[in-house]
Design a protein around this ligand. Structure first.
Ligand code: NI
Ligand code: MN
Length: 224
């Protein structure tokens, strides 16, 4: 069983009862998250790309918990430069960690930090226990999502719906068709006015393809 808790924007904590990881820990400055970085206790920090609404508090959490930031090489290097520990990977690569398996996928987006370019953005395939979660990161729709769906049985897909910077709801619906996940949780919306969306309308339109669950920050679902 996986417990997946939403913390607003693209931030989730995934817990299999033995281990916990946080993905895209944008907590400080996230208007929809009430979680303080100091209260996060995890075994790893997974990051999809260098933008500040995804790296977020990764360095602080890595230092506090003594756990690695796991991301593409360039983002890990950036975080290590600020005192984090890290495990660098790159797109297409997978690695078995004590908490589970991580594979990085493509994502069509940019990736910079205040220090400059930060390599390519990625999506994340996370397998903990016997469950696989796909966190798409920030991306537009891409046809290779079909390949991700064919090669992985996805228990859960976390998909951006905010539009403007990422897929909007129409393309996210096509992503569900490509990925064939059991369950979908929309993300990357309502943080700012420019990505305001109605997630319930998206859930209603998506229900013929998957079980689409809208989570408010602080809410969780269980994947059995
Ligand atoms: Ni971004
Ligand atoms: Mn973003």
């Amino acid at each position: 069983m996986l417990k997946v808790t939403y913390h607003g924007h693209s931030c989730f904590i995934v817990d299999d009862g033995k281990s916990r990881v946080i993905i895209d820990p944008f907590l400080s400055g996230n208007p929809n998250s009430g979680l303080a970085p100091a209260d996060v206790k995890v075994d790893a920090v997974l990051v999809t790309h260098g933008h500040s609404d995804h790296v977020g508090d990764a360095v602080e959490i890595s230092k506090n918990c003594g756990v690695p930031v796991i991301s593409v090489y360039e983002v890990v290097g950036y975080c290590q430069g600020k005192g984090a520990t890290g495990h660098a990977m790159h797109i297409g690569g997978s690695h078995q960690f004590p908490f589970g398996r991580v594979k990085l996928t493509i994502a069509h987006h940019g990736s910079t930090t205040e220090a400059g370019a930060a390599g390519n953005p990625c999506g994340i395939l996370l397998t903990m226990g016997s469950k696989t979660v796909y966190h798409a990161g920030d991306t537009g729709l891409f046809l290779d999502m079909k390949l991700i769906g064919e090669r992985n049985r996805l228990d859960l897909a976390l998909l951006p719906i905010g539009d403007n910077f990422t897929m909007g709801p129409d393309d996210a619906l096509a992503a569900i068709e490509f990925l064939q996940p059991d369950t979908v949780v929309p993300m990357h919306y309502d943080t700012w006015d420019v990505i305001r969306q109605d997630p319930y309308s998206f859930a209603d339109r998506g229900k013929k393809f998957a079980d689409v669950k809208v989570l408010k920050a602080g809410q969780f679902l269980e994947i059995r």
